[in-house]
Design a protein around this ligand. Structure first.
Ligand code: AMP
Length: 480
């Protein structure tokens, strides 16, 4: 199967060849023809499957085609109206930037303009860019609404809407912002929704948004990318850092993405690894956008060996052939494990996901295995197994994490400036208090009907302290 056979125009097939892609990935092969036909689409796809190109390529083509039709039908000189005609919403700045890059790269041969809009950076350059006119807008919801309120954006001519990583947007509490954005769009448009997991909330969103959608699924629901080899290393909590250094050294790993639960923990671990002689940086929501971009660039170029990240910051990190992902601490939400390990083994490459699991995390591991519907192989590393006494260690609430309820996002106060560094409220970096979590535990289909026997109740009993925060719903909206 070639890209030409999918019906893509030459400018686009040339762009993908230049990227070195020889054939479409399964999601591209399935989604591109339907999107080209103008159908709505529900894409069940994890990151790493090539989903960005799956929607970007046909989106570019449809915009280029309608532009060409306009010129054929009109003798008038070209009007440079340039109101955005396609909108891609993403949960994080990193993902927005990455999708923006893809739009620019794939669309290089087309006369279409695009821009990326997110918070944490000055709004004025964005306003200037919008005034100059764009065809494709890639944005995080909060900053987009800031522009809408200030009247610096007109979304009334959007022809194609993409919700990328919609499950993550809902997890992060963006549902109200999404609904606000939808009200600014014209009724008639093409809608594409991509999500790696399907909660009831996602189904509701999809039902309200999509008209007679084509459903495309390339990985089984809630399963980890199949190319990723997973392994659990049981380890005493106090020995985790030593084990990580050992694995990096002994395995001669040169590019490792490590996940911690908290921003504070990410900073501390990066510092300690550096002291151990292993170059490392941390990336999380408290870092400035520049610091995040720099850390990522250093990691990509090989200047640093280890990138320590929290869940939100990692979203959108796209490094081809990332060989190792380490769960230094297991996430509180099992689906996050799937997202994390999706950072490796991308687009058919082999990858390995290691989880360093201490005795107090056994319950979290059980939840993850239940979601995956299989057990993850365990491999104890000599000298680093569980130690007696570790078993009894209680789960400590995560420190240095998010502020519950987040920043007051009263619209009137938010307009204007850079908007601070935090990209959202529900970062999951503070010990399981994400807004989506309450729903996940009570209503997520990932937990029901899996036949695993132990229901959510037993897991509740295992970790009573974490459940204390779940009922809370933050006020206001997240930031982006
Ligand atoms: P995504 O799932 O969109 O995050 O893409 C994951 C990775 O796959 C990115 O690094 C893309 O550059 C790469 N990729 C996308 N399409 C293809 C393809 N057809 N062949 C090889 N790599 C691809």
């Amino acid at each position: 199967m070639s890209f030409q056979r999918l019906g893509l125009r030459a400018e686009l097939t040339e762009a993908v060849s230049a990227k070195g892609y020889t054939e479409p990935t399964p999601i591209q092969a399935k989604a591109i023809p339907s999107i080209l036909e103008g159908r709505d689409l529900l894409g069940g796809s994890q990151t790493g499957t090539g989903k960005t190109a799956a929607f970007t390529l046909p989106l570019l083509q449809r915009l280029a085609d309608s532009e060409a039709r306009f010129h054929q039908q009109s003798d008038r000189p070209r009007r440079r109206l340039r109101h955005p005609r396609a909108l891609v919403l993403t949960p994080t700045r990193e993902l927005a930037a990455q999708v923006g890059d893809s739009v620019a790269v794939y669309g290089e041969g087309l006369a279409l303009r695009s821009t990326v809009i997110f918070g944490g950076v000055g709004i004025n350059p964005q306003i200037k860019r919008l005034r100059e006119g764009v065809d494709i807008l890639v944005a995080t919801p909060g900053r987009l609404l800031d522009h809408a309120e200030q009247g610096t954006i007109d979304l009334s001519r959007i022809e194609i809407l993409v919700l990328d990583e919609a499950d993550r947007m809902l997890d992060m509490g963006f549902i109200h912002d999404i609904r606000r954005v939808l009200k600014l769009l014209p009724e008639r448009r093409q809608n594409l929704l991509f999500s790696a997991t399907y909660s009831d909330e996602i189904k509701r969103l999809a039902d309200g948004l999509l008209h007679d959608p084509v459903s495309v699924e390339v990985a089984r629901r809630n399963t980890a990318a199949e190319t990723v080899e997973q392994v659990v290393h049981p380890v005493a909590k106090a020995r985790k850092r030593a084990l990580l250094s050992h694995l990096v050294r002994e395995g001669d790993w040169h590019q490792v993405l490590v996940f911690t639960r908290t921003k504070h923990g990410a900073n501390r671990l990066a510092k300690q690894l550096d002291q151990d002689g292993i170059t490392a940086s941390a990336i999380h929501g408290n870092k400035s956008q520049n610091a995040r971009t720099r850390a990522l660039a250093d990691f990509k170029s090989g200047k640093i060996r280890v990138l320590v990240a929290t869940d939100v910051a990692s979203r959108g990190i796209d490094i081809s052939r990332l060989p190792h992902v380490v769960n230094y601490e297991l996430p509180n939400v099992p689906e996050d494990y799937v997202h994390r390990i999706g950072r490796t083994g991308r687009a058919g490459e082999e990858g390995k996901a290691h989880a360093l699991v201490s005795a107090d995390e056994k319950g979290l591991l059980r939840d993850i295995e239940k979601l995956l519907k299989r057990s993850i192989p365990k491999k104890e590393i000599d000298g680093f197994g569980f130690q007696s006494g570790d078993e009894a260690e209680p789960v400590k609430p995560a420190r240095g994490g998010q502020k519950r309820g987040g920043r007051n996002r009263s619209r009137s106060r938010r307009g204007g400036g850079g908007g601070g560094g935090g990209e959202n409220r529900g970062q999951g970096e503070g010990g399981g208090s994400r807004p989506g979590q309450a729903k996940r535990r009570t209503g997520n289909s990932g937990y029901s009907g899996d036949g695993a026997g132990a229901g959510g109740g037993s897991s509740a009993n295992r970790r009573p302290r974490r459940r204390g925060g779940r009922g809370r719903r933050p006020s206001g909206s997240p930031q982006s």
